[in-house]
Design a protein around this ligand. Structure first.
Ligand SMILES: Nc1ncnc2c1ncn2[C@@H]1O[C@H](COP(=O)(O)OP(=O)(O)OP(=O)(O)O)[C@@H](O)[C@H]1O
Ligand SMILES: [Mg+2]
Length: 462
């Protein structure tokens, strides 16, 4: 290789080296940019995780807004930020909150109408757009009150949008340091605003739900109180009517003829029905208000159910219904409120009698299970449609249809029975097939047997 050739090779190598260096610098730059972008993305993710996860921890709106404001200042790097929330009823942006150092009173006073007069802030809400105002003194459509409060020359406003609706806006600026607002910072602010909007909406929904719940409880209490007072007031005159009718009927107050007797017998039946309805209303409202206390004692449940069956025997005979009872031989005594459990038996057996057609069959079964005693009332009545099985335990719910028409009642028997059983820590449910009869089952825990044993050990009376 001569000298010239050598020079050419050297020059070429030098050029290639320069090219390689340039490429290396480019790659370096690119990798710096992508690692910076990666770092920013990580920051964004950390920030949104913080906003969302802290939303789950506490449901306090002010705390949440403070975290979001910190996200805008510490996270994204703006000097100052404020959040204003949309008041749907008043159609204004209000309830403002600012980052540290922003005069609180002035922010609190801000009310921006969501109309043309509301300027750029209203536009951000109405058009769901982000605005970057570089020179506030030149821009039109600005809000004098907010500018007065913040004295910003350049700022960004972005809407807080979630599920298509706007919950508020975030305003951010760099007026303290005078640094220009970078495009990346605006991107991060929009990203943060999306997370924040969801967090704010969740809290608002939670707060609304809580308020609605409180109102419901208040109204329900008023209603229970009303029902309770009215039923109570009706009971006393009804007793007098009942006694009066009875006196005339049994001719203590003088002789009556057959027509008068028939009329009064109907009146007596209706008064009894009315008394039952009033008692049921009073019962359910007192149970719901937690005013009923169980008067528990040790009871032979088989004997208790026999009493109820005996009282219903004549009614069953009139309808040609066969009543069967299958008690086990050695049933343990149960620690229950006998009057209340009797009420459950009356409700269930009463229903079976009411809904079963003539010459049907009703079976009362008591079974001694491991931890509980299971009672069931089966009938050969019309059965209950599958979609109504749960509903019949709701207050006032009655199945509609030919088999049920004219059976009377208020639809309170089952909900009362359910409440009484639950107060005894038992369960109640129904098994039924339309046209194949129904079987109502309830359980009472034998857990209290242990209490009995303990008492006996201590030498207490049972
Ligand atoms: N054994 C049964 N067979 C068929 N349907 C029943 C039976 N028991 C209850 N139901 C249905 O469930 C509804 C609710 O029963 P519940 O005992 O709560 O009210 P009611 O008997 O109609 O009125 P009340 O018990 O207040 O006098 C009944 O109206 C009826 O439609
Ligand atoms: Mg009933």
């Amino acid at each position: 290789m001569d000298e010239n050739q050598l020079k050419r090779v050297l020059a070429r190598t030098q050029k290639e080296l320069k090219e390689a260096r340039k490429q290396l610098r480019n790659w370096q730059k690119k990798s710096e940019t992508s690692s910076r972008m990666l770092a920013e993305k990580i920051d964004e993710l950390v920030m949104s995780h913080h906003i969302l996860s802290s939303t789950r921890q506490t449901m306090n709106l002010e705390d949440r807004l403070e975290i979001i404001l910190k996200g805008v200042t510490i996270g994204v790097g703006f000097d100052r930020a404020i959040i204003l929330l949309v008041d749907e009823k008043e159609k204004v942006l209000t309830d403002g909150m600012g980052s540290e150092g922003i005069p609180w009173k002035r922010i609190q006073a801000i009310r921006v109408p969501l109309t043309k007069e509301g300027g750029i802030l209203a536009q951000a809400v109405l058009k769901k757009r982000t605005y970057h105002i570089k020179n506030a003194s030149k821009a039109e459509d600005l809000n004098p009150e907010i500018l007065g409060a913040l004295k910003a020359r350049s700022f960004v406003v972005t809407p807080l949008v979630t599920g298509g609706s706007v919950v508020g806006i975030i305003w951010a600026d760099n007026s303290d340091s005078g640094r220009p607002i970078k495009k990346e910072a605006i991107g991060s602010l929009i990203f943060l605003a999306n997370q924040a909007a969801l967090a704010i909406r969740n809290i608002q929904l939670y707060i609304n739900l809580e308020e609605a719940n409180k109102e419901l409880v208040r109204l329900s209490n008023i209603k229970s109180e009303f029902v309770s007072t009215v039923s109570h007031e009706l009971r006393t005159p009804l007793t007098s009517i009942k006694e009066g009718v009875l006196l005339v009927l049994d001719q203590t107050a003088g002789k009556i003829n057959d027509t008068q007797k028939r009329c009064l017998t109907i009146a007596q039946q209706e008064v009894d029905r009315l008394a039952r309805i009033i008692n049921n209303l009073l019962d359910i409202s007192r149970i719901e208000a937690g005013k009923v206390e169980l008067k528990k004692r040790w009871v032979n449940i088989a004997e208790l159910s026999k009493e109820v069956l005996t009282s219903l025997q004549s009614q069953a005979k009139d309808k040609g219904i066969h009543l069967r009872f299958e008690p086990p031989t050695d049933l343990p005594k149960m620690y229950i409120d006998p009057d209340r459990i009797k009420e459950v038996f009356i409700n269930l057996l009463g229903n079976a009698l009411k809904f079963t057609l003539r010459r049907g069959k009703i079976t009362l079964r008591i079974e001694d299970k491991k931890d509980e005693v299971e009672v069931s009332v089966s009938d050969t009545g019309p059965g209950i449609p599958a979609d109504q099985m749960d509903k019949i335990f709701d207050k006032f719910h009655q199945v509609e249809g030919a088999s049920f028409s004219g059976t009377g009642g208020t639809g309170l028997g089952l909900p009362i029975a359910q409440k009484i059983i639950e107060m005894h820590q038992g369960r109640i449910w129904v098994k039924s097939r339309l046209g194949r009869g129904s079987r109502f089952i309830f359980t009472l825990p034998k857990d209290s047997q242990r209490t009995k044993a303990r008492r006996q050990k201590r030498g207490g009376n049972i």
